[in-house]
Design a protein around this ligand. Structure first.
Ligand code: NDP
Length: 245
């Protein structure tokens, strides 16, 4: 099959926002590289896999990430859109939380984004074309109790995104960021602190017990990408209407 559309790489495509991104861009006919550690979940997604490559990659391993991206580029051409979506949120009070959980969040949410960016950015700069969309969070510009290390990681994503945007804007490369509010994904399932989880669930009840459908975040990502290359929607803050914070 000949592809006229360019390659899209999505990290963390096995669930949540990344899986919804994959469905939307697949329906639009883009060749894709879908990454995650649980590849069986990616293979179960309702996609046309004709022009999809799937690889088991941990975004904290830059060598493995680069190998997977280069293999996809050999088949589909250079990456035109990287969605740095993979992330973890391990809620916890900083006085009690195991520092290993802070490390996991900083490694995945910050280093993972930098790792992917460094792999695709030089070629984008060289050809004066390309887009990187980073999944940050409302926790990337405001604080939430029991989110200290997560907030630190997402403030990091905001900071690095704006820095790199300034560095490459003159090369016609777009660095963009989506800052979602709470969404119905698997994000909370990895939290080990029962008290922090209870507080989160109580907060969720204040918005009727249901947070944002991840499909709207995917539509936002696609809207950003679909703008002409000379327009960069730099940042979007999107949340359920009933989310008050
Ligand atoms: P999910 O838990 O549903 O999805 C997270 C994805 O990240 C999974 O596909 C997971 O895949 C992947 N992932 C996690 N760690 C790694 C790793 N080390 N290497 C590769 N992939 C990894 O959560 P969401 O869809 O909600 O999260 C997506 C992004 O959105 C995250 O960056 C999150 O911080 C952000 N976000 C989420 C919000 C929410 O309320 N849901 C709100 C604001 C931002 P696998 O486990 O298979 O590796």
């Amino acid at each position: 099959m000949t592809n006229t559309k360019p390659l899209i790489v999505i990290t963390g495509a096995s669930s949540g926002f990344g899986a919804e991104d994959a469905k939307l861009f697949n329906a639009a006919g883009y060749p894709m590289l879908l990454l995650g550690r649980r590849v069986e979940k990616i293979r179960e997604l309702p996609l046309n896999f004709d022009n999809v490559m799937v690889a088991a990659v941990d975004v904290t391993d830059q060598t493995a990430l680069a190998e997977a991206i280069h293999a996809a580029e050999t088949k589909y051409g250079e990456t035109d859109l990287l969605i740095n979506n993979a992330g973890v949120m391990l809620l916890g009070n900083v006085q009690r939380q195991d520092p290993k959980e802070w490390q996991t969040m900083l490694d995945t949410n910050v280093m993972g984004v930098l790792n992917g960016t460094q792999i695709v950015l030089p070629a984008m700069v060289k050809r004066h074309h390309g887009t990187i969309i980073n999944m940050s969070s409302i926790a990337g510009f405001k604080a939430f109790a029991n989110h200290a290390a997560y907030v630190a990681s997402k403030f990091g994503v905001h900071g690095l995104s704006e820095t790199i945007r300034q560095e490459v804007s003159n090369y016609n490369v777009r660095i963009s960021l989506v800052a979602p509010g709470a969404g119905e994904t698997e994000l909370l399932t990895h939290v080990t602190d029962a008290a922090a989880l209870k507080d989160y669930e109580a907060w969720k009840e204040t918005m009727g017990g249901l947070t944002m459908d991840p499909k709207y975040v995917a539509q936002t990502v696609k809207f950003i990408y679909d703008m002409p290359q000379e327009v960069n929607v730099r940042e979007i803050d999107i949340a359920a209407t009933r989310q008050d914070s």
